[in-house]
Design a protein around this ligand. Structure first.
Ligand SMILES: NC(=O)c1ccc[n+]([C@@H]2O[C@H](COP(=O)([O-])OP(=O)(O)OC[C@H]3O[C@@H](n4cnc5c(N)ncnc54)[C@H](O)[C@@H]3O)[C@@H](O)[C@H]2O)c1
Ligand SMILES: [Zn+2]
Length: 672
């Protein structure tokens, strides 16, 4: 009759066992906590209806997981328990009612309110004020001996302060990894191509349960005390809050957000207040823990199987949820970067419904090992954009398909380039691609490029939005009358704009190369390339090997240059520009035998310049024959120091290096 329900129960137990093991024993959960909690709530609901089905081995009756092999075991003198959960204000009011009913007391009860730290519980045994043993919670009865590892955690005192502590004192609390440390740890791992941790809890647990304490020592772990276990030889205060204050006086860190309040409504306010603070705290929390403050009341209330009756965890809405990756679309950014965007089955997480998430780039896709059709874990903490944190590989369907990057830009069909060593794939049709149009045009007319007066961002935006220009060459194709349709463009300013455009046609090869907006080709690089090859034709036909010979051009820049001129869309625009009359004077190389004024000199630039941009100054120095480097050393021949020069100037003075001001450089540029 009840076989369906019993089958469901068996399946829930089996799933909870599996995920509990991954979480508690392996520190490598597969599903988000919210999903685990839902499974647990289903189990509890069935067991509430059929208490006769509850077995001792049910996940509802047990705490945590077994100790890891490799550690010696510690038997807890007083069991370390879990906590019941509340998910809304009414759950909390029910808790209050249960407490009052059991105590047969209607007077108001004080509650100690504490952030629920997302790390792992540890027990610290102090004898005569000295830390003698540390253990994990394990299955509540038996934990792992992690004394050596815990000794490496700076926040945990090896010896208690003062002298009024009990002879034996067991302190319980949470070891956790602060958010900042977690991010740094993951950033390091990512750089080295190592596995990253999904969240700070896993990082803390994985770091603490290391067989080698040297590894633990390198991990940024911290600790807050929240309870007392064994006490022998002296009485402690008779409330939870006072006890924590005592621990604090003995040198054990106490979370500064802990408050004692005297009504359940104040608890609800506290929960809300901490919820609002959650993102700004330096550590991850997943709720608040509410404890009846009076110790004698706690004793009267006692325990159920796996949790005290006098405490409850009031959870925050989940920041991690599961959903399905339905598809991946590729977006082209305004600089041509091609970003895979995950199209998700909508899911409510971190307070909003999420249906898109960025996958960043091909490296990220590979790192996650994600496929279309996968069940993925979405993480959205605070206002941070939603991220795909992990893939639930065990739920991969048979028809899952690989994510394939396009070889052609989805917007303009130009070739996609992915330069070796760069994570990002890009559309190489910079001059032509609609997605990049506005950026390309703004760059083209900017001061260091063709320097078109009166052609600001607003003008470009309107010209593009009205489809009056699609490529830079179109800028030279309209009449003054045609541009008067733009906002705030009277006949006079229209004529000015046309005149400025006409004037800009007379330029230099360096400016022209710079104006094309080739990736990583700044003004100095453009000048070097122009000087080296002397003609546009030579540049556009140069091989990568030839390009690398240009000062300042490495493999990446060479690849960008090479690919740019291989894209027919780009060369068509360049031809059009030349047809519109863009021209420049031929570059005259100094005759052989004539030395450049700074030939072979190693020059460093520092401080802020007022007449030249950094790039112009660098390019000018290079044109004068100098090699420009970044730091002052014995090899430096000359330092050009602008305003507010700092340590480089001091160092150059110490080394007796020749020092010029900006004007001296400008004079040399002007007079050769
Ligand atoms: N993702 C998974 O697969 C998976 C599997 C198992 C468990 N879990 C998650 O683990 C949690 C259940 O684990 P649990 O049994 O350790 O219980 P719990 O996390 O609900 O509560 C007990 C624990 O809270 C911690 N805690 C933090 N601050 C505290 C404070 N101020 N006072 C007292 N305790 C404090 C202690 O470590 C204590 O052991 C749930 O959040 C569940 O979602 C997830
Ligand atoms: Zn494109």
């Amino acid at each position: 009759m009840n076989t369906d329900l019993q089958q469901q129960l068996a399946s829930l137990k089996q799933q909870l066992d599996y995920h509990g093991h991954r979480y508690y024993v392996e520190d490598n959960p597969e599903i988000p906590d919210a999903e685990y909690d839902r499974l647990m709530q289903q189990l509890l609901a069935i067991e509430a209806e059929h208490p006769e089905w509850i077995t001792n081995d049910s996940p509802s009756q047990r705490v945590g997981g077994a100790a890891l092999e490799g550690f010696t075991q510690v038997t807890h003198e007083i069991a370390m328990l879990s906590l019941g959960n509340a998910f809304n204000d009414d759950d909390l009011r029910d808790f209050q009612k249960r407490v009052q009913d059991r105590l047969r007391d209607n007077s108001s009860i004080s509650y100690c309110c504490e952030p629920k730290l997302d790390g792992l519980a540890v027990s610290l045994m102090y004898e005569n004020g000295v830390l003698v043993q540390a253990a994990t919670r394990g299955d509540g009865a038996t934990g792992e001996n992690i004394t050596h590892n815990v000794r490496t955690i700076g926040a945990i005192p090896l010896r208690l302060r003062g002298d009024d502590w009990p002879q034996r004192l067991e302190v319980r609390g949470e070891v956790f990894m602060p958010k900042k440390g977690f991010e740094e740890l993951n950033a390091k791992a990512l750089k080295k191509g190592l596995k990253t941790f999904a969240n700070p809890r896993n990082a803390a647990a994985g770091s603490l349960r290391q067989l080698d304490p040297k590894i633990t020592a390198t991990r940024p772990l911290s600790f807050y005390a929240y309870a007392v276990g064994v006490v022998e030889g002296r009485e402690l205060a008779d409330t939870q809050y006072q006890r924590l204050c005592q621990l604090k006086a003995w040198g054990l860190p106490m979370c500064p957000e802990i408050r004692c309040v005297d009504s359940i409504e104040s608890v609800i306010e506290y929960h809300q207040m901490i919820g609002e603070k959650r993102q700004s705290l330096g550590y991850e929390i997943d709720g608040v823990v509410i404890k009846v403050d009076q110790l004698d009341l706690q004793l009267q209330l006692g325990f159920v199987a796996r949790a005290p009756r006098w405490a409850i965890a009031y959870k925050f809405p989940a920041q991690e949820e599961m959903t399905i990756l339905n598809n991946v679309e590729f977006q082209v950014g305004r600089t041509g970067a091609i970003t895979p965007v995950a199209k998700l089955e909508p899911v409510f997480v971190g307070g909003v419904t999420v249906s898109n998430a960025t996958l960043h780039n091909a490296d990220e896709v590979a790192r996650l090992g994600v496929m279309i059709g996968d069940t993925v874990i979405i993480r959205r903490a605070g206002d941070v954009i939603p991220q795909i944190a992990a893939v639930v590989e065990s739920r991969r369907p048979d028809n899952a398909t690989a994510i394939v990057f396009p070889t052609e830009c989805p917007v303009c069909q130009s070739k996609v380039e992915r330069v070796e060593g760069e994570a990002v794939a890009r559309c190489s049709g910079g001059l032509f691609c609609q997605a990049q149009r506005k950026e390309a045009l703004k760059h083209f007319v900017s001061r260091k490029a063709l320097d078109v007066d009166g052609c600001g961002e607003k003008v470009i935006e309107q010209l593009v939005d009205r489809e009056m220009v699609t490529t830079p060459a179109d800028l030279f194709k309209f009449s003054a009358g045609e541009v008067t349709v733009l906002e705030r463009m009277g006949p006079k300013s229209a004529q000015k704009l046309i005149d400025a455009l006409t004037a800009s046609k007379q330029t230099t090869l360096a400016r022209f190369i710079y104006s094309l907006g080739i990736r990583e080709v700044g003004e100095a690089t453009a000048a070097n390339v122009a000087n080296y090859f002397e003609t546009l034709e030579a540049i556009s036909q140069a091989s990568k090997e030839q390009l690398i010979k240009v000062p300042d051009v490495g493999e990446v820049v060479a690849a960008h240059l090479f690919n740019f001129f291989r894209e027919p869309h780009n060369t068509a625009v360049i031809d059009d520009l030349l047809a519109q009359g863009i021209h420049w004077p031929a570059i005259e190389k100094p005759q052989a035998g004539v030395e450049l004024p700074l030939e072979g000199k190693v020059v460093v630039l520092t401080g802020s310049l007022s007449q030249l941009t950094r790039g112009d100054a660098k390019a000018a120095l290079q044109a004068l024959g100098a090699k420009v480097t970044g730091s002052v050393s014995k090899k430096t021949d000359l330092l050009v120091a602008g305003e507010a020069a700092g340590s480089k100037l001091t160092k150059a003075q110490d080394l007796n290096i020749e020092i010029w001001n900006e004007q001296q450089l400008v004079d040399l540029i002007n007079n050769g």
